[in-house]
Design a protein around this ligand. Structure first.
Ligand SMILES: NC(=O)c1ccc[n+]([C@@H]2O[C@H](COP(=O)([O-])OP(=O)(O)OC[C@H]3O[C@@H](n4cnc5c(N)ncnc54)[C@H](O)[C@@H]3O)[C@@H](O)[C@H]2O)c1
Ligand SMILES: O=C(O)[C@H](O)COP(=O)(O)O
Length: 391
């Protein structure tokens, strides 16, 4: 029975992929096998020594102490692309809010609750609606920063709205490049993107290198009247710099899914409560994807969509499997195989892959491993953890 600690509201459709015959799910466990979460900011002390995997139902994993997980040989999974459509749709709504007097018009209409005569109200609205005139998106330039799952969907949607699309992504994957229409113009640097775009939308992860990326210097490059949208992460934008840019007119509007107190009450800011991925569909997609990945890992050691471990899949064979995480240095695999050979255990199949400082091995064996041998394997220099999976 695997114990899974759930630290956020996870879609029941995803949880149902972890059958009650094999899984216990709860919001509290002293020694869970895995943690399943969304945006909960996971503290180091919440990761018990028993934890073998952490699954994030969503895209961003900046709420998880990744370096520590890697050090402890814990793979962290996410659900790439599973909520991208939800974010795309909200960004399109954000573009409309940034170009038309929608919110201002709605607020105005809501001040007219004292009126009783419909004809009189209609006359007043026809007179006042000029205050809420906006501009069309067609013909405007959208700058997309980060052209991954979300950015590429937004680029496509914006093109179909008649916008020009320019993009910047210094780490674009081959798959992401294939998804991008050729009419998206690739910019060599952020400064040129900021200088050309009427709307700029951010869709990159927060890393040390992207923290505060949108700062005073970059905002100084903005085309006057530009509208900035941040549906990526709070930390990517220096909010004080944004407030100065709004005050001096280099930015016309800031639309964000990450409110902070200093932004509240401004007419030139639209704040949403981190609802980019809050649709039934996105929540289900994310939960199903990570639950399946977690189930596969706990049952067979296979890894798919990990952000810190190599991906690898091996069909089960033999009597049992060893799943071994070790430091990515020479001779460790040799020592493991040496111990198995000394114990006269035949390797039926195996797969070894590495990613940065981590190496991970699936080794299928012709006979069962006893606890003495497991202890010896775990004690090998450079081995981080060893899991025995019985078929
Ligand atoms: N508001 C929400 O609810 C919500 C929902 C989903 C994702 N997000 C955020 O959006 C981010 C992107 O999500 P995704 O699914 O598109 O991820 P993704 O991994 O598919 O795409 C991210 C892209 O950013 C690029 N990138 C990395 N560093 C960059 C840099 N310095 N400049 C420009 N591009 C850079 C990568 O190469 C990649 O193509 C997530 O990491 C998460 O923080 C927010
Ligand atoms: O990175 C993500 O996937 C989003 O920020 C969604 O976060 P949530 O699952 O807490 O809505």
């Amino acid at each position: 029975m695997h114990k899974v600690l759930t630290l956020n509201q996870i879609s029941p459709k995803g949880l149902s992929r972890l059958p009650i015959s094999d899984y216990e799910l709860a919001g509290e466990f002293s020694a869970p096998d895995a943690i399943l979460l969304r945006s909960h900011k996971l503290q180091i002390e919440e990761i018990a020594p028993s934890v073998k995997a952490i699954a994030r139902a969503g895209a961003g994993t900046n709420n998880i102490p990744l370096a520590l997980c890697t050090e402890r040989g814990i793979p962290v999974f996410n659900s790439p692309g599973a909520n991208a459509n939800a974010v795309k749709e909200l960004v399109i709504a954000g573009l409309a809010l940034g170009s038309r007097g929608i919110l201002e018009g709605i607020s105005y209409v809501n001040t007219l609750g004292h009126m009783t005569d419909a004809a009189e109200m209609a006359k007043l609205l026809e007179k006042e609606k000029k205050q809420f005139k906006g501009n069309e998106l067609a013909g405007r330039t959208l700058g997309v920063v980060g052209l991954g799952a979300i950015g590429s969907m937004i680029a496509n949607a914006a093109l179909s709205l008649g916008m020009e699309v320019i993009g910047y992504d210094p780490a674009l994957s081959v798959d992401a490049a294939w998804r991008l229409p050729s009419s998206v113009k690739k910019m060599d640097n952020l400064n040129s993107l900021f200088a050309r775009a009427d709307f700029i939308t951010l869709h990159l992860p927060v890393f040390e290198s992207t923290r505060g990326l949108v700062n005073t210097d970059l905002l100084a490059c903005c085309k006057p009247g530009c509208c900035l949208l941040n549906f990526a992460r709070e930390e990517i934008v220096d909010v004080s710099a944004v407030i100065r840019a709004l005050d001096n007119g280099s930015l016309r509007k800031f639309i964000t899914d990450f409110p902070v107190p200093a932004l509240i009450g401004r007419a030139d800011v639209v704040l949403m409560p981190h609802i980019g991925a809050s649709t039934d569909e996105a929540e289900e997609n994310c939960a199903i994807m990570v639950a399946d990945q977690l189930n596969d890992f706990l049952r067979s050691g296979n890894i798919k969509n990990s952000v810190n471990f190599p991906n690898l899949q091996l069909d089960p064979s033999g009597q049992c499997r060893l799943a071994i995480a070790n430091h990515n240095v020479p001779k460790i695999l040799g020592s493991v195989l040496g111990l198995l050979a000394d114990a006269d255990i035949n390797v039926v199949d195996m797969l070894n892959k590495s990613r940065d400082e981590i190496a991970y091995n699936l080794i299928d064996l012709g006979s069962v491993v006893d606890s003495d041998l497991l202890t010896k394997l775990r004690a090998l220099d450079g081995v981080i953890n060893v899991r025995l999976i019985q078929w």
